[in-house]
Ligand binder design. Structure first.
Ligand code: NCD
Length: 317
């Protein structure tokens, strides 16, 4: 595996393999000194053309805990402002002998394009509305940690699915791992066609809630909406928000996930965001472990040694 571009097309075996590898890094992250020398001498650059809090900090933390060097590029303070193209920006990074580029870009497909131009590994940290593979892996890991397995779980993904790369990656990851997915949104917030998506659909959150193990909430991605897709945010909250009353009707074992950033009071009531069953901070913690596993998988052992030998060394280092 050289790149991590998307979840679509990944087999259950390869997803499972990454989740099992993540267990080792979760163990390292629980140590007093959560750092191993596994990627010493490697350099990881983050190339973010869109805003981010969690994803970027998480990738940087993951790389540092593996002892890789990190470089951080943000468009607002770079020569992209002077008209430099994506390709020239990328080739500049590569000329510095970077081993991996973590890219977030507003255009769907940008990471695939980079992977064609560059020799180093490319990791997709979100491309337009298309994919956000490490988010899906950390969500799957969080559910596996809570329930033991995703097999047979029923997951409702609620909200602005049309503009959500998180929803797209998660539909593939959750269903490949044996869960059943129901999308809950007004028609205007669903993609124009769901042909080929292995999902059910509903516009009735109240009917769906008592039937699910997981409610996965999405933010209204207003920056991507160039027309009014819901009458008002208040009406959206009234029909599709996870209010205190609605949360009280969830099954006892049901959990709530959200990729962040949350808009408290819109898709999730402030009190619900603070419930024990809301796993947002577990998701963030697991994000570091998952990204360590992915960086390790892509970058370690490129010199011929196997991943498990490297990890033994990392564990003992
Ligand atoms: C999301 C993103 O940017 O795709 N956030 C994240 O990475 N955790 C979702 C969002 O912006 O709503």
């Amino acid at each position: 595996m050289k790149h991590l571009l998307g979840i679509a097309g990944m087999s259950r075996e390869s997803l499972d393999e990454l989740l099992v590898l993540t267990d080792s890094f979760a163990e390292i992250n629980a140590r007093a000194i959560p750092k191993v020398p596994a990627l010493r001498g490697k350099t990881v650059a983050t190339l973010f053309f869109e805003d981010s809090t969690r994803t970027r900090l998480s990738f940087e933390t993951a790389a540092k805990r593996l002892s890789a060097d990190t470089l951080s590029f943000s468009v607002s303070s770079s020569s992209v402002k002077k008209g430099e193209s994506l390709r020239d920006t990328a080739l500049t990074l590569e000329a510095m002998r970077i081993d991996a580029v973590v890219v977030r870009h507003g255009s769907s497909g940008a990471p695939w394009q980079l992977a064609r131009w560059l020799d180093c590994s490319v990791l997709n940290a979100g491309d337009g509305w298309h994919e956000h593979p490490t988010q899906a892996l950390l969500d799957a890991f969080t559910l596996r940690q809570r329930f033991g397995s995703l097999d047979g779980l029923r997951v409702a993904i609620v909200g602005d699915i049309k503009h959500s790369r998180v929803a797209r990656s998660n539909v593939w990851a959750f269903t490949a791992l044996g869960a059943e997915v129901v999308l809950v949104a007004p028609r205007t917030l669903l993609p124009p066609s769901l042909e080929g998506w292995p999902v059910q659909m509903s516009e009735d959150l109240d009917a769906v809630l008592p039937t699910v193990d997981v409610v996965y909430l999405l933010r209204m991605q207003l920056e991507r909406q160039n027309e009014a897709l819901v009458p008002t945010l208040r009406e959206y909250t009234a029909r599709f928000g996870l209010t205190v009353d609605r949360a009280a009707r969830l099954a006892d074992r049901a959990v709530v996930l959200h990729p962040g950033p949350m808009n408290r009071g819109v898709e999730i009531a402030p009190e619900v965001a603070d419930l024990e069953r809301c796993l947002v901070l577990d998701q963030v913690a697991n994000g570091v472990s998952v990204r360590m596993a992915v960086l390790f998988k892509l970058l370690a052992g490129a010199d011929g040694s196997t991943a498990s030998e490297e990890l033994d060394r990392a564990g003992n280092g």
